[in-house]
Design a protein around this ligand. Structure first.
Ligand code: R5P
Length: 316
């Protein structure tokens, strides 16, 4: 069989779990590669299959060890490209440094843009990602990029619950548009919290609430839960305002620092996340956690890209 346009799927170390699930949905297998880390921390990636003229996808997400995983991705793209693949798509379910997306202090790097530049410089022809922290990050990509949305997956799950008396909660003004889209999809009212961060201490403060939460079931919607600081503050504010039950849903379960303790202390009815970031063993301790897989959506997008079909058709 000749390779032209053949879909070949690889996964880096952080993309193994999701990559396997995507491969299963595509009724294929992850292609073999060799990964070596030398005593001097240098990394070697060797592609163990002929990829000449093939349409190659490599799955790697942003998770610890973050910087090793980024370099591993860049080296893998370079290796695939120099093995004469026709096209390489970097599949990044959770994009690295996605929150460093603006110059909000003097003399800092817009690191999400730098990441996009590095991926393109390594030789990627396309990027496939999911729910970027802000839509303008798409403008950082000099190569074509597709941004998938986990909202249909999360909303399908949420619709199976009793949503009477429920209000969608945006934890800050920046997330109001995103949470508003969930409110529209689920036909629910929206409340917006006024959260401010005064420095880099990861301890935001809730100042005001717009909307009715007293006596209601609150469903907090966020793009990611990182240290759990925002979630903690949001839950405290909602309880103070008389919320009856509290659920939280987010796309990217980054779960770093004190996240597990904070989530459990929040005593949520349920916390619903996706598998864009692999959960570690310590995350098994998260109470009432429901993980929904984005693998079928990524598999459909990969198939559409390979066959030259529309990707936006997957958002309906
Ligand atoms: C903030 O702008 C984001 O939408 C999330 O609320 C934030 O990234 C969560 O971070 P953490 O869990 O560390 O508060």
């Amino acid at each position: 069989m000749h390779n032209r346009d053949r879909l070949i799927l690889f996964a880096g170390r952080s993309g193994q779990k999701l990559g396997q699930s995507i491969a299963q949905c595509l009724e294929t297998e992850l292609s073999p590669r060799e990964f070596v880390q030398f005593s001097n921390e240098n990394i070697k990636v060797r592609i163990l299959e002929n990829v000449r003229e093939a349409d190659v996808f490599i799955v790697q997400t942003s998770s610890p060890p973050l910087h090793e995983n980024i370099v591993e991705l860049l080296i893998s793209i370079d290796a695939i490209k120099h093995a004469s693949a026709r096209r390489v798509t970097a599949v990044l379910p959770y994009f690295p440094y996605v929150r460093s997306d603006k110059k909000d202090e003097p003399r800092i790097s817009i690191t999400a843009r730098l990441m996009a530049d590095l991926i393109a410089a390594a030789g990627a022809d396309r990027i496939l990602t999911m729910n970027l922290h802000s839509p303008q990050i798409q403008g950082f990509f000099k190569i074509p990029g597709d941004q998938l949305d986990a909202a249909p997956i999360l909303c399908d799950y949420l619709r199976r619950k009793d949503l009477s008396n429920t209000v969608i909660v945006a934890p800050d003004a920046g997330s109001a548009k995103r949470a508003g889209a969930y409110a529209t999809r689920l036909d629910l009212p929206l409340a917006i919290l006024d959260k401010r961060r005064s420095d880099d201490t990861e301890s935001p403060e809730i100042l005001h609430v717009i909307g009715e939460v007293e006596g209601r079931t609150c469903l907090i919607i966020d793009d990611e839960i990182s240290t759990g600081g925002s979630l903690h503050e949001t839950v405290e504010a909602l309880r103070h305002l008389g919320a009856e039950k509290i659920y939280a849903a987010c796309v990217h379960p980054v779960f770093c620092g004190k996240a597990v303790e904070r989530i459990n202390a929040a005593k949520l009815e349920e916390i619903i996340v996706t598998d864009t970031v692999p959960l570690s063993e310590k995350d098994d301790a998260v109470n009432n956690l429901q993980v929904l897989s984005v693998a079928p959506l990524f598999a459909n997008a990969i198939r559409s890209i390979n066959e030259g079909e529309s990707v936006s058709a997957l958002f309906r």
